[in-house]
Design a protein around this ligand. Structure first.
Ligand SMILES: C[S@@+](CC[C@H](N)C(=O)[O-])C[C@H]1O[C@@H](n2cnc3c(N)ncnc32)[C@H](O)[C@@H]1O
Length: 212
């Protein structure tokens, strides 16, 4: 007998946050990346960003990656109709610290490394590992782009971000919103020059570094 799962497409994991923020992120990325940019994405999650960005910018060559192996088939399924999106690859930036060849490479290096919403939902060492790994695989002059909520010295944390930070720390004491200044120091140590910050909806930031 035919079972429903034989005829219905699988229900893919879905992130409401990614659906909400994708348009605003794309608007900034489109100003930062060349029309034919080759981009390595770290922590692709559900693949919604890869699918949306490459649907809107078919010239981008997008390489999704994920630390969670179970997420890879769903990213592949979601992005199957986007020729600009390559098959997703496994990448845990912490594990890759011990194996510097674990980061996907591209001849000449990646034009950009993009990562949304990782470093506050992970222990602090993930942040320097991300910055150092990105610096190793970027093309000369390539950029690292991070998106997410941050603590900025001298600026009050919004009530929404305060509550989010408390919730993250309840879930895991090693998690929490990162200080922008600490992330900038880690970038400098990795040989990345901080270029700019763009304030995004819902008290998020988009940050850009360039490989010095
Ligand atoms: C909040 S989700 C963000 C997903 C997606 N970037 C987005 O904005 O919708 C965080 C993601 O980071 C991934 N992740 C956690 N630790 C990681 C690590 N050490 N290296 C790479 N990715 C990691 C998780 O598997 C998860 O998919």
């Amino acid at each position: 007998m035919t079972k429903p799962e034989d005829v219905l497409p699988p229900v893919l994991p879905f992130s409401p946050a990614a659906e909400r923020n994708r348009e605003a992120i794309l608007a900034v990325l489109a100003g930062w990346l060349a029309p034919q940019a080759a981009v390595l994405e770290v922590a692709s999650g559900t693949g919604q960003h890869a699918e949306h960005f490459c649907g809107a910018r078919p010239g981008w060559q997008w390489q999704p990656t994920e630390a969670e192996p179970a997420a890879l088939p769903a990213i592949a399924a979601r992005c199957a109709r986007q020729p600009g999106v390559a098959a997703p690859l496994p990448l845990d930036v912490l594990a890759a610290e011990a194996d510097t060849e674990a980061w996907p490479r591209r001849p000449g290096g990646w034009d950009a490394v993009f990562c949304a919403n990782l470093i506050h939902i992970a222990p602090w060492p993930v942040a320097p590992a991300l910055l150092q790994g990105a610096a190793r695989v970027l093309a000369p002059g390539g950029c690292l782009v991070l998106y997410g909520p941050y603590r900025v010295d001298g600026e009050p944390l919004s009530p929404g971000n305060q509550a989010f930070d408390a919730d993250l720390r309840d879930r895991n004491p090693a998690w929490g919103l990162r200080r922008l200044s600490a992330v900038q120091e880690a970038g400098q140590a990795a040989g990345l020059a901080f270029v700019e910050r763009v304030d995004m909806p819902a008290n998020n930031l988009m940050l850009r570094w360039r490989l010095a």
